[in-house]
Design a protein around this ligand. Structure first.
Ligand SMILES: NC(=O)c1ccc[n+]([C@@H]2O[C@H](COP(=O)([O-])OP(=O)(O)OC[C@H]3O[C@@H](n4cnc5c(N)ncnc54)[C@H](OP(=O)(O)O)[C@@H]3O)[C@@H](O)[C@H]2O)c1
Length: 268
């Protein structure tokens, strides 16, 4: 039963009805990897608007990250910047120690950081290793070091439609393979951590970010032709869905496709 964002359900463990405000994220503590730009940036701002304290991770662009921090500070308190390369476990461990010092615990983790390797092809071993570390192992390592800080809450992994469809394209062979791995891992993690922590993923189509070279309006129109919506997806549209998953207490182990209808186009 749910009235005005209030959810009531029977809990076997405590043998009583639980009443929960499932719509309220105010004062929740959230870590977002790769939040200096693109989807991570929009997500940081969206959660700050909900009243969360946001830990904004970035790797190299300190200026962009500071701008995200300044914008988040307009909406909520306790936001922090955390520089760390999430493909390096030592740096991940240090980052999570800082999260503990700043927040004492975590409610929400968004594994968003990711790269596209220009040398990606079906047999480029170096590209496979690079993409594996940055797009898959990074999420495993950040989760490993964040879980001791999480009693309950939500984890959202940012996958891709190329992992979803299972075929991607030859110039994104490693990228597609490890996004598919991320989806599979999402489901196993969901089984392992429910009911205390709910784990889900989002599989976006083409989102207008620096991953596509920050396309201008004309380029966005062209790149968006692969979608039924005939435009690129905006980072804020992915961020809204991440907020939805953070608020919802019934979605578990799901991969939410937000691809503007791209996967239907190929089906004719
Ligand atoms: N754009 C799309 O069309 C699209 C589609 C499907 C899925 N995705 C996925 O969505 C996620 C975000 O993509 P985006 O398009 O927003 O990318 P983006 O605009 O290129 O931003 C990438 C962010 O990740 C950070 N980052 C990269 N490697 C990192 C590392 N090793 N450690 C810490 N931070 C790191 C970057 O930090 P610095 O800039 O500070 O180095 C930046 O903040 C990725 O997982 C991507 O695969 C994107």
């Amino acid at each position: 039963m749910s009235i005005l964002g209030y959810v009531k359900y029977w809990d076997d463990e405590s043998e009583e009805f639980i009443f929960k405000w499932h719509m309220n994220l105010k004062d929740k503590k959230i870590l977002i990897t790769g939040a200096s730009k693109g989807i991570g940036r929009a997500t940081a701002i969206a959660f700050a608007k909900e009243g969360c304290s946001v830990a904004i991770n970035f790797k190299s662009d300190a200026k962009a990250a500071k701008e995200v921090l300044d914008e988040c500070n307009q909406y909520s308190k306790g936001n922090v910047l955390l520089r760390a390369n999430v493909s390096d476990e030592k740096e991940v461990s240090e980052m999570c120690k800082k999260v503990k010092r700043e927040f004492s615990h975590l409610d929400i983790l968004i594994n968003n950081a990711g790269i596209f390797d220009e040398n990606d092809n079906p047999t480029n071993v170096q590209a496979f290793e690079n993409v594996f570390r940055n797009n898959f192992l990074s999420a495993v390592m950040v989760t490993k070091h964040s879980l001791p800080l999480m009693q309950e809450g939500k984890i959202v992994n940012i996958s891709s439609i190329h992992g979803r469809l299972g075929h991607g394209r030859p110039t994104a062979a490693a990228y597609s393979a490890f996004k598919a791995a991320l989806e599979n891992w999402t489901k196993n993690l969901a089984k392992d951590l429910a009911p205390k922590i709910l784990v889900n993923a989002i599989a976006p189509g083409r989102v207008a970010t620096s991953m596509w070279g920050n396309p201008n309006t004309k380029e966005q129109k062209e790149l968006g032709q692969v979608h039924l919506i005939k435009r690129m997806i905006q980072s804020e549209e992915i961020a809204n869905a991440i907020v939805f998953l953070a608020k919802n207490d019934a979605v578990c182990g799901e991969v939410l496709t937000i691809d503007g209808g791209m996967s239907l186009v190929t089906l004719g």
